[in-house]
Design a protein. Structure first.
Lengths: 235, 331
């Protein structure tokens, strides 16, 4: 059974999420602030951390940084409160494996936890969510500098396309609905937004695919969304 | 567009006299128009006089126009700054409101999922209780928001209010709560009689209760809380002092803002509207609020309310003078 460390300062949230996660088949440990979370992390080794961003004292982002500095590879799902895509990009950079915007559908949280746990971590490498650089075939993405290379040559992408690529590459083989991509990369979903996703995907394909008409990396899942079909490794 | 045409007319009128003068001067000098000497002791052509007077009048009017244009520009700049500031405030308030709504909603969604999935009676009940608590919390939030807006806009009851009775009632309400446990509450009203203030006693008590509540909330058992009232020049100063952990200096200017929560104080329940309401009430009464804090030692929140008869306080019906007021013994 996998153990989840649930970190949120709101008892109302942990009191309700913990039983829900337990019912989904996880062991749950709760922490109410950043320092408590770090202590629990060092004491037991949870399989995954669900971490709120706004915490008293040391906030979620500081905890995330500290965890990664200590070279712990435990997957982390961030619960963001401020729907700013800048914050999301930063979370990706700092090595979160996924993030969800409050108020989220609790079943969605369970689905994400399962997806992240299933993805596991590539043998010998850092988890994709926390890897500094991701490689898939000829495509290389450097998270810190937000630069993308193809066959060693830097390619120019819009900032949003870069974040979208980082998100897709951190979740290889998962079907991503346009709504989920919107929420994760743009920070909010708006009715006309699904078009924006298509536009950015087209940009990525134009720059990264050998044959734009027959994409190999970012494939379309008819009626569902997109999927990153390339094999991704941390580099 | 209208602004521009008005400016054009202004300058045309201002420059008209000098133009008339100059035209007359040219016409007369070139001999196209007869000119006679104006009969004064100084000898000058009429055209000279016309030009001089025209120029003087024009210069005066131009001066007025330049000054007015400068004032308009300054006004416009101030207005732009004000509206930028209020836009910033509005954005801040919205993002804080968003944040205050997200947590209860997240908890409710999780509780609902629990209630739906659970077959166990006790689980269902605790889920429903949790949803109820969050609904209450959201209702309180909207009620408090409403209150702050109301205080700023609605009609205010204005009558003389006895500060001593005010303080005693507030202590009674705030100090009677179970949360007070272990904190030492003290009232210090000084030896000198206090002047009355003018205003709405219900609102003023609410403001004081909020202050004492806050002090209770942010201190631990064993801490001291003192409510003091003194006469100040033209006003009554009421202070609520505590020996709690204090407010970090960077947070201090923001504590009066709607929905502001100090990052270090998130663990303490509250909506961040208590002090905003205090400020709204006090400012509506023509008073001021102020807070001082020493990290690790305590906080003093001070409100100044104009005393009855002071220029800041509007007199209650049948208002009396300052002297009579001060001579009245405090009850």
């Amino acid at each position: 059974m996998s153990t989840i460390l649930l970190v949120d300062d709101e008892p109302a949230i942990t009191d309700n999420l913990a039983p829900l996660l337990r019912r989904a088949g996880f062991d749950v440990v709760v922490a109410h602030d950043g320092d408590q979370a770090l202590t629990r992390l060092r004491a037991g080794a949870p399989d995954l951390v669900v971490l709120d961003v706004l915490l008293p004292g040391k906030d979620g982002r500081a905890v995330l940084r500290q965890v990664r500095q200590e070279r712990r590879e435990v997957p982390i799902i961030l619960l963001t409160q401020v729907g700013e895509s800048g914050e999301r990009a930063m979370a990706l950079e700092e090595g979160a494996d996924d993030y969800l915007n409050k108020p989220f559908d609790p079943h969605e949280l369970v689905a994400r936890i399962r997806a992240v746990l299933r993805r596991g971590r590539p043998a010998g490498g850092a988890a994709l969510g926390s890897a500094q650089r991701l490689r898939s075939g000829a495509v290389l993405l450097d998270r810190a500098s937000q630069r993308v290379f193809r066959s060693g040559q830097e390619v120019l992408l819009t900032p949003r396309a870069t974040v979208l690529l980082a998100y897709l590459m951190a979740h290889p083989d998962e079907v991503m609905t346009r709504e989920r991509l919107l929420e994760a990369v743009w920070g909010w979903s708006f009715p006309a937004g699904t078009r924006s996703v298509d536009t950015r995907v087209a940009e990525l394909r134009r720059v990264l695919e050998e044959d734009t008409g027959n994409p190999r990396l970012i494939t379309t899942v008819p009626g569902m969304g997109y999927r990153f079909s390339g094999v991704v490794e941390s580099a | 567009m209208r602004e521009r045409s008005r400016r054009l007319v202004g300058w045309t009128v201002a420059l008209l006299p000098v133009a008339v003068g100059a035209t007359a001067w040219t016409a007369i000098r070139s001999g196209r128009s007869p000119d006679e000497r104006i009969v004064v002791s100084m000898s000058a052509l009429r055209s000279d006089w016309l030009l001089v007077f025209g120029a003087l009048a024009s210069a005066a009017m131009c001066g007025v126009l330049v000054l007015r244009a400068r004032r308009d520009r300054r006004c416009r700049r101030q207005l732009a700054e004000q509206s930028a500031e209020s836009a910033r405030d509005r954005r801040l308030l919205l993002s804080r409101l968003d944040h205050e709504l997200k947590n209860p909603l997240t908890a409710m969604r999780a509780a609902l999922a629990n209630v739906t999935a659970s077959t166990d009676g006790a689980d269902r009940e605790s889920g429903l209780r949790s949803i109820d608590a969050q609904v209450m919390r959201l209702s309180r939030l909207t009620a408090d928001l409403r209150k702050v807006a109301d205080v700023a806009a609605s009609h205010l009851d204005r009558r003389p209010v006895d500060v001593v009775a005010l303080v005693e009632e507030a202590i009674d309400i705030a100090g009677g709560q179970p949360a007070t446990g272990g904190r030492r509450l003290r009232v210090d009203l000084g030896a000198a009689p206090l002047p009355r203030v003018v205003g709405d006693p219900d609102l003023l008590v609410q403001a004081l209760v909020n202050l004492v509540d806050n002090a209770i909330k942010y201190t631990s058992p064993g801490d001291r809380i003192e409510v003091r009232a003194r006469e100040a020049p033209g006003a009554v100063a009421i202070e609520v002092a505590d020996t709690g952990p204090g407010v970090p200096e960077a947070d201090l200017p923001h504590i009066w803002e709607e929905l502001y929560r100090s990052p270090g104080a998130r663990a303490v329940p509250g909506s961040g509207l208590g002090l905003a309401l205090v400020r709204a009430v006090v400012e509506r009464h023509g008073g001021t609020v102020q807070a001082q804090s020493w990290l690790g030692h305590g906080t003093v929140v001070r409100i100044l309310l104009p005393s009855a008869g002071a220029p800041g306080a509007s007199l209650a019906p049948g208002g009396r003078t300052d002297r009579q007021k001060a001579a009245e013994p405090a009850t």
